[in-house]
Write a protein that binds this ligand. Structure first.
Ligand SMILES: N[C@@H](CCC(=O)N[C@@H](CS)C(=O)NCC(=O)O)C(=O)O
Length: 120
C-alpha cells in the first residue's frame, strides 16, 4: 500500500510539474504588497498529497508566495499541526491575524476559496 501511494504520488507530482499553471503577472509594487500579506499565511502540507497539490497549483495560478511546511517529514511542523490545528490532516492553512492569533483552516476547497476571496 505504501509503495502504491508512493508511486501514485510521484506520478501526480510529475504531471503537476509538466502542466505547471502560469501565474498571474502583477506590477512589482502590487506583488510586493501581496507578498507582505501572505507572510501571515503558512501552508501545512505533504509534498505528494493530491489535495495539497491542488492548493499549491491554485497558489501558483494566483502568484501567491506562501511558505509551505512539510508536516510529514518535519516533526516540529507535524506537532504544531496536531496540537494547535487540532488534527494531522493536510492541507491546512494557518492564518495569522493582526493580533497574532492563528486560525487553522482545513479542506483544500475552503482554502482555495479563501485565497481567491483575498487575492483572486
Ligand atoms: N477533503 C480533504 C481531504 C484531505 C486528505 O484526505 N488529506 C490526507 C492526505 S492526502 C490526509 O491528511 N490524511 C491524513 C489523515 O486523514 O489522517 C481536503 O480536500 O483537503
Amino acid at each position: 500500500m505504501f509503495i502504491i501511494r508512493k508511486i501514485l504520488g510521484s506520478i501526480i507530482l510529475f504531471f503537476s510539474w509538466v502542466f505547471t499553471p502560469k501565474g498571474v503577472d502583477r506590477e512589482s509594487e502590487a506583488q510586493a504588497e501581496i507578498n507582505k500579506q501572505t507572510e501571515k499565511l503558512k501552508l501545512y502540507q505533504f509534498q505528494a498529497c493530491p489535495f495539497c497539490i491542488k492548493v499549491r497549483r491554485a497558489m501558483k495560478r494566483m502568484s501567491l508566495n506562501i511558505e509551505t511546511r512539510d508536516a510529514m517529514n518535519n516533526a516540529e511542523y507535524r506537532d504544531e499541526l496536531g496540537r494547535d490545528g487540532g488534527a494531522i490532516k493536510v492541507p491546512c492553512l494557518r492564518i495569522e491575524d493582526d493580533k497574532g492569533k492563528y486560525t487553522w483552516m482545513y479542506e483544500s476547497s475552503d482554502i482555495i476559496q479563501y485565497l481567491q476571496s483575498q487575492f483572486g
